[in-house]
Design a protein around this ligand. Sequence first.
Ligand code: ZN
Length: 465
Amino acid sequence: MAPTQSRSQRKAAFLQAAGEMYERLEAWYDAHPAATFEAIEEELRQQRRELMGGALATLIVGRDSGYQPAAPPCPTCGQAMRFEGYRPWTVKGLEGDSVLERAYYSCPGCVGAAFSPLDQKLALRADHWSGGAARVATRLGLQAKSFDLAAAGFSDAVGRDISGDSVARLTEDWGRRVAEQRSAEAERANRPGRRGERLTQRRLPEVAPITTPANISTDGAMLLVREEGWKEVKIVAISEVRTQPASARQTAQPSRRDADALVTLSQHSYQAGLWDADTMALYQYAEGLRRGLDDCPKRSSVNDGALWIKRITDLNFPGVPQIVDWSHATEHRWAVANAVHGEHTAAAHQWVEPQLDRLWRGQVAQVVETLDQLDLQQPRWPDLVQEAPNYFRSNQDRMRYDSFRARGYPIGSGTVESAANTVVHHRLRRPGRGWTRNNGQAMLAGLSELHSGRFEHAWYHLALN
Ligand SMILES: [Zn+2]
């Protein structure tokens, strides 16, 4: 029998179910007269999920079960399909679980070819979750520290159980789709120009384009990959640069920076993956296009001084000043001081402070000279110390802090370090054998969107494809 009904029949069915639900609530309260608001609310929520699950089925299938008087053609062979009657399909949703009795067709010619026009019209998912339930579970799967914690959060907030394994599947499947799309976009952004392609033609749609000065920071972070060990995740952060007067600074302790304008980075967006440097370059460029960096009035790039980062950033953003993160420069300086004068001794302090003052004023050549006199390339010193003279010598151009400061460039405040922490470490450090490469890549793609504030944008954009 066809499940479709008239509008007044549908309304009557709903009102009857609602009336019965209210009677059940009264009976429950009679049996639990001392119930707290919390207990009553929980009881009502379960009843509400049942009522709304049924209401959705009535509203949808009561109007249209997907039955078509002329059977639809088989998507494979094109011949008319055969109506097989009505079959139930359960959707596990945010409002409740619904059973849709919808028309079902099969092809007499093709084995296993079956089709429900209603499933297609409603864009139902094969895994029985509603799009909304899948979206909420996926967001939690990215945000929570583990899939089990995400599942507990989902069950509590939605009022329906979900397993940690289901959250993992939803989150990682979505991440894989994001990763595929980002990979295709990186390829499109980087392919050679075509004849007739105008320079103004956008290869990627802009998302939250930057109209202030912009900064590009790239770095590596470590991820434990199953059967491979610790592998480097490469990550780029693209940010707005905001400059406020020095008076806006709130510092407890006096520092070198006090007289300078307050330069802050915000509105970060990220791309992260288990990539080699050349692959990272493709994603770095694509993310730059997405943020409209080609139209930015003023750009800078603060990094840790690694050569691969300098190379790909020069390639993608030629002429953009590259700056060694001040904290990395000071870290190297302190390593030398501690090695030569003893860990955190007064002598180490006395040696390092004037060195840092010189560096701050842009006297890098003198700083290199001082290091050269120390004969640091000895096996007894740690790597950071042995490398120090070359580190400062090869990065001289990127340590002109006097000039960078005068021009209002950011000189670093751990932006990329915090990117590695928020995007990678916070979620992906876990005990045991780590992530499979495939799932790790999927999580990195999903986390990049989440922390770029683009989760919903990416969710609906993917859903349309
Ligand atoms: Zn067929």
